[in-house]
Design a protein around this ligand. Structure first.
Ligand SMILES: [Zn+2]
Length: 207
């Protein structure tokens, strides 16, 4: 999960929370990524952070609208009491650690770094978003998600290798370092992983 800044005032969503203007503003705000899994979304869903059933005030509230993929939207359902990535007082990427497996089929590692209820609920939800395969469709979407993540992981490893390679030129090493810094930026797909892969790596944390 990654932090974003919600622009105020937002678009007028008082009668339609899926208008072109609202969806475009959400895409920009979330860098085109699902706020839960951080995958780039080609077929987005407007997600309500707080369940809105029977409550039009929550349904059409700009502050309650989030950008998500179908898989995470359906897994989250009416889950509430999770960390809010729009809350500038909470570093959500620091609260829940995420690491890639060494092979695409294995479970993605998700660990809460704090013991409060919201962080625990968030880690539990993210674990499901990344790993749940309890239906045929979720098995397929999990596989696609893991393959994409693994592709980025290979890029990460490739940059690390360049930095360790004695035959690489200073220019090549500089480019590899820049790419790693770019990968941990909030706008990059799966940024929480690259942040944690750098933090967990004694060589890369020295860069
Ligand atoms: Zn997602």
């Amino acid at each position: 999960m990654f932090n974003v800044t919600r622009p105020h005032p937002g678009p007028d969503c008082s009668t339609d929370y899926r208008s072109k203007e609202t969806v475009t503003a959400l895409r920009e705000m979330f860098f085109g990524k699902c706020y839960l899994c951080e995958d780039e979304v080609s077929d987005p869903v407007v997600e309500h952070f707080m369940p809105h059933e029977g409550d039009p005030a929550k349904k059409y509230d700009w502050n309650n609208l989030y950008y998500a993929c179908h898989r995470c939207n359906s897994i989250k359902g009416t889950t509430s009491e999770i960390l809010d990535c729009c809350d500038s007082t909470t570093d959500v990427s620091q609260a829940v650690k995420c690491l890639c497996p060494s092979v695409p089929n294995e479970a993605i590692v998700v660990e809460n770094q704090q013991d409060d209820a919201k962080t625990q609920n968030t880690a539990r939800l993210l674990d499901k978003c990344y790993n749940e395969d309890n239906t045929g469709i979720r098995g397929i979407s999990r596989e696609a998600l893991h393959e994409k993540l693994f592709e980025y992981y290979c890029k990460f490893i490739s940059n690390r290798r360049t930095l360790k390679n004695h035959d690489a030129s200073p220019a090549e090493k500089e480019k590899a370092k820049e790419h790693l810094m770019q990968m941990k930026d909030v706008s990059y797909p799966f940024s929480v992983f690259w942040k944690w892969h750098i933090l967990s790596d004694a060589f890369l944390t020295k860069l």
